[in-house]
Design a protein around this ligand. Structure first.
Ligand code: SAM
Length: 278
């Protein structure tokens, strides 16, 4: 387990993932009923971009740095996401960046709950420290898929799971499929957000084919790619699969993709995708 998200916080794939997370959560706030947010691979919760890891890669320059000061009109989910990031920073400066638990926590209402699992021992300690004393948040030092088994269906039964593994193992797609199938059998009404890197298109096609065969629930797939598929040895983009998407999420995503691709892919080398399975 070598992956440390501190090297990648705020990069373009993080921005895309966190904006989709905001869009999904916001769609669930139309009812007062409580919800539960489960983050299986939670990371640190919050990142300091002035630290050595971030400074070494400067990956935030491909993502959050490009849009933090943008004043143009934007889709509501992007506006909300930027409001969260700006609220943690001084104007004209970006030092603090929220991970997925930080983004979700900024939006949760008093009646909502959050369950976080993280396996890397040091990152778990930081995550735990970051949410110390927060009665709405439970933090566990646990494998994300074991956590999924242990915590679904959650109480309250309304809510969503983010599955955002590091993809260090070639079997990660298989593990996702196996564990999501298991979770759906226990919690059919849950919303599942699955992040994946776009590096190897044939592997993604194979996974999506398997997914289509096995998942008998509505879902959508969306991708933001900054480079063509055949660019070697790099992250060309990223995707999210959303099982049981909230009502009208598919209508909100095209504007999000359009805005992000204009701002993050100014040379328009990449592409975007939205596939809807009813
Ligand atoms: C891509 S990062 C998560 C980023 C986070 N979701 C966010 O958006 O801010 C993946 C995280 O999974 C952790 N991890 C690796 N293997 C894991 C496992 N088996 N179970 C839970 N966490 C794991 C890594 O330490 C890393 O912090």
């Amino acid at each position: 387990m070598n992956y440390r998200h501190a090297y990648h916080a705020g990069h373009f794939a993080d921005v895309f993932k966190h904006i989709i997370l905001v869009a999904v959560l916001e769609s669930l706030f139309n009812k007062d009923k409580p919800l539960c947010y489960i983050d299986t691979h939670a990371g640190l919760g919050f990142y300091d971009l002035s630290k050595r890891e971030s400074k070494k890669t400067k990956e935030y320059e491909t993502g959050i740095s490009k849009i933090i000061d943008n004043q143009t009109k934007k889709p509501a989910a992007i506006e909300q996401y930027l409001k969260i990031v700006r609220s943690m920073n001084q104007p004209q400066e970006i030092i603090q960046y929220p991970g997925s638990p930080g983004v979700a926590r900024a939006l949760l209402r008093p009646q909502d709950k959050m369950i976080l699992t993280e396996l890397q021992p040091n990152d778990y300690q930081t995550l735990k420290h970051n949410f110390e004393g927060d009665k709405q948040v439970a933090v566990h030092h646990l494998d994300g898929y074991q956590g999924l088994k242990a915590f679904v269906p959650p109480m309250p039964r309304r809510g969503l799971v983010l599955i955002d593994p590091p993809f260090e193992q070639t079997s990660e797609f298989e593990m996702i499929l196996k564990n999501v199938t298991m979770a759906l059998s226990r919690w059919a009404q849950g919303i599942y957000l699955i992040w994946y890197p776009v590096k190897n298109r044939p592997q993604i096609n194979y996974f999506q084919h398997q997914f289509e065969r096995k998942i008998k629930f509505p879902y959508l797939i969306t991708e933001l790619n900054l480079y063509p598929d055949d660019s070697p040895n790099q992250l060309n983009g990223s995707g999210m699969m959303i099982i049981n998407p909230p009502w009208q999420l598919d209508k909100k995503i095209p504007a999000i993709l359009k805005w992000l691709s204009q701002e993050l892919d100014q040379e328009q080398r990449g592409n975007t995708k939205l596939i809807i399975k009813k």
